[in-house]
Ligand binder design. Sequence first.
Ligand SMILES: C[S@@+](CC[C@H](N)C(=O)[O-])C[C@H]1O[C@@H](n2cnc3c(N)ncnc32)[C@H](O)[C@@H]1O
Length: 209
Amino acid sequence: MKEKFERIIEKNEEFLKFYNIKKRIFPVYKLLNFFPDNGKLVDLGCGNGIFPALLALKHPHMKIVGIDDDERKIQMAKELFTFNNLSFIRKNIIEMDIPEATHFSLIDVLYLIPFEHQEMLIKKISEKIDNGLLLIKEMDKKPFYKYLFNYFQEFLSVKILKRTLGGKFFFRSVEDLVSLLSRYGFKTEIIRLDKGYLYPHILLKALKQ
Ligand SMILES: C[S@@+](CC[C@H](N)C(=O)[O-])C[C@H]1O[C@@H](n2cnc3c(N)ncnc32)[C@H](O)[C@@H]1O
């Protein structure tokens, strides 16, 4: 899977640069191990499609959909990753009707969405899930030095370099997120992914039955 993915992206200098940085700061392949291997998964805020593409390659029998409202990123994903079990849609995940799916993921997206919309989004997703998972990858607010480091990097990326759409950040504590998820029927497992990384990567694996 990794070899095939790297062969596909080697033709695209911009994606390759993004991938090489991403691999250094984030356990890309480790994250995939916590994803389901059945049904249909919709990745909300998929960016340039890195995770939907890797998942579609890893689990060819799954159906994967990536959604993002950044035209440039979605276009790049559509051009690079043309697998039968994968599709991309350009839409705003706050405004759209959430599609039917078995599982959903939000990978480094929630912190860009205002708090009241986060709650609305989780509610809408919960209404679609019947015995499935919602995987939320976020940055923890602890330990504080990692939080500060991340905040500074995000400030550079979102506000100065304008690599990601958005203007403000809406970080929640993990406890707050778990409690929000439980209000909508999810049982959440917390998985730290930041061992050996400066960023406070954290995964919330929320199951709704
Ligand atoms: C930090 S990037 C993460 C992208 C991808 N999930 C990844 O991990 O590589 C955040 C993404 O969320 C998308 N996003 C933020 N708010 C959104 C919204 N309301 N609707 C759709 N996409 C949104 C941005 O366009 C951006 O691609």
